[in-house]
Ligand binder design. Structure first.
Ligand SMILES: *Cc1c(COP(=O)(O)O)cnc(C)c1O
Ligand code: SF4
Length: 444
């Protein structure tokens, strides 16, 4: 398939992985060539924000995905590079003063204090969903929905680049307590064996595809043994198809990885690569398409998901093009998420009413095969809540909502209403309709 954008890319670099892999973190911001042309003030602003929120980018993203003639509006630039508006004016001023002082202790303290005010653990994920076997706490796992276990392998808790809107950002800024990290495979396998209600294992991170194939195999191969028949589906959540498609094409163990996926498929598992795509541009390079082709050749399927984000993809045309493109490449659109209430949400959030209208508008532009994405969906404390539309109930404007997933399986697929509010961006900003004191899923 030919490229649909007219980006000027550095030729062949994507296939020379050593050059493309060059990684920059906040300490190397000033060494990134195309940034050196930007005004000093803008570069300082990036340094200030990067001292609070995680920053990491590789040369492939810089050279192949970003249109440097369209800065700062380029969506991939917004996706990985810090922007001034990602912090409130007060937090920005506080951090700018610390950075100017060059006092390392002050910088660190200021960063920690601001991070603490950015809701680092949305939806109570650190406390509410960590499972136990008897007295033993299963670190590195989350079991919120009966049939799906989330597993955070300890070697997979970084990413090839970091997204500026990431809801797991707190894991990347050094506080080890915030990390979900599995001590060992043994706990995972024991937990799965004891819970035959689990049909889906979802390996996530960070990005589990930063792991070597041998590590991934140590988690996954044992699931082919007797005792794990109930684990039908292995999902791997990843952004590597965007940030590092070399993982499937030129990495030294790329072929081993594909053979691992193929063995799992042949043994009867459903293997789903849950690919995170924010913009069609991420699927537009020849190496990204080669990676997709190679994964599909193993028999694994690729499903796609992403949040809707101001500055990056809050445009129905972007989603329609992206979904159409995905279907063409053999991928299945799965979720459109609402940006979570954490980190730089202030910069990215889109009101629910507008999110629904973008979703609907995009859906109208594509064929049925691209209408498989559900959303816009909020991953909130009680579950995944989808905005189904806006209607009128007894003369009152209302959102129609439903649980796609819920902590209590009995809540799933029950429609419910909330007062229409054009500004509301998250579940906790919604009110029950007049007359109803609370939502049906809230206790008395
Ligand atoms: C989204 C999610 C899942 C998977 O839900 P599906 O509806 O099966 O895709 C599992 N666990 C958690 C915590 C999630 O947020
Ligand atoms: S790839 Fe996923 S986990 Fe990693 S920074 Fe982006 S959103 Fe966060």
């Amino acid at each position: 398939m030919s490229s649909i954008s007219n980006l000027k890319r550095k030729p062949d670099l994507a296939y020379s992985p050593q050059a493309a892999f060059q990684v920059y973190t906040e300490r190397q911001l000033d060494t990134i060539k195309p940034l050196q042309k930007l005004p000093d003030e803008q570069r300082l602003a990036m340094r200030v924000v990067a001292n609070v929120l995680p920053f990491r980018v590789n040369q492939y993203v810089i050279d192949q995905l970003i249109d440097w003639d369209d800065i700062p509006n380029d969506p991939i630039f917004q996706l990985v590079f810090p922007q001034k508006g990602m912090l409130s004016a007060a937090h920005f001023a506080e951090m700018a003063a610390a950075v100017k002082s060059e006092d390392k202790t002050l910088i660190k303290q200021t960063a920690e204090s601001i991070r603490g005010q950015l809701n680092p653990h949305p939806a109570g994920q650190q406390l509410l969903n960590v499972p136990q076997l008897g007295e033993e706490v299963m670190q590195g796992m989350q079991h919120k929905y009966r049939e799906t276990l989330l597993f955070f392998p300890s070697q997979g808790q970084v990413c090839h680049s970091y997204c500026t809107f990431c809801f797991r950002w707190a894991q990347f800024v050094g506080d080890k307590n915030l990390r979900f990290a599995a001590k060992e495979t043994e706990q995972l396998h024991r937990y799965l064996q004891r819970h035959t209600c689990i049909s889906d294992l979802l390996i996530t991170g960070g990005d589990p595809m930063v792991m070597k194939t041998t590590h991934l195999a140590a988690y996954l191969e044992p699931l082919l043994a007797p005792g794990f028949e109930h684990v039908q589906t292995i999902r791997i959540g990843t952004k590597s198809l965007s940030f590092w498609p070399q993982r499937y094409v030129t990495d030294p163990d790329a072929d081993d990885l594909l053979r691992l996926l193929e063995r799992l498929v042949r043994a009867g598992k459903h293997v789903a690569v849950m690919a995170h795509y924010n913009h069609w541009r991420e699927m537009d390079t020849s190496i990204a398409q080669e990676a997709i082709r190679r994964i599909r050749a193993t028999g694994a399927v690729i499903r796609t998901q992403a949040p809707l984000l101001h500055h990056i993809n809050d445009d129905p045309a972007v989603w329609a093009t992206m979904w159409r493109h995905q279907v063409k490449l053999g991928l299945t659109p799965y979720y459109m998420f609402v940006e979570r209430d954490t980190g730089a949400r202030r910069y990215f959030e889109v009101p629910l009413a507008r999110a629904w209208s973008i979703y609907r508008d995009a859906m109208q532009q594509v064929s049925g095969l691209a209408r498989t994405a559900r959303g816009p969906s909020m991953s909130a404390e009680p579950g995944k809540v989808e905005v189904q539309g806006v209607t009128e109930v007894a003369g009152e404007q209302a959102f129609v909502l439903r649980f796609i997933q819920a902590r209590n399986p009995d809540w799933v697929q029950r429609p419910f209403f909330a007062k229409y509010d054009p500004e509301a961006c998250w579940l906790d900003q919604l009110q029950p309709l007049s007359g109803a004191g609370r939502f049906f899923f809230q206790g008395d």
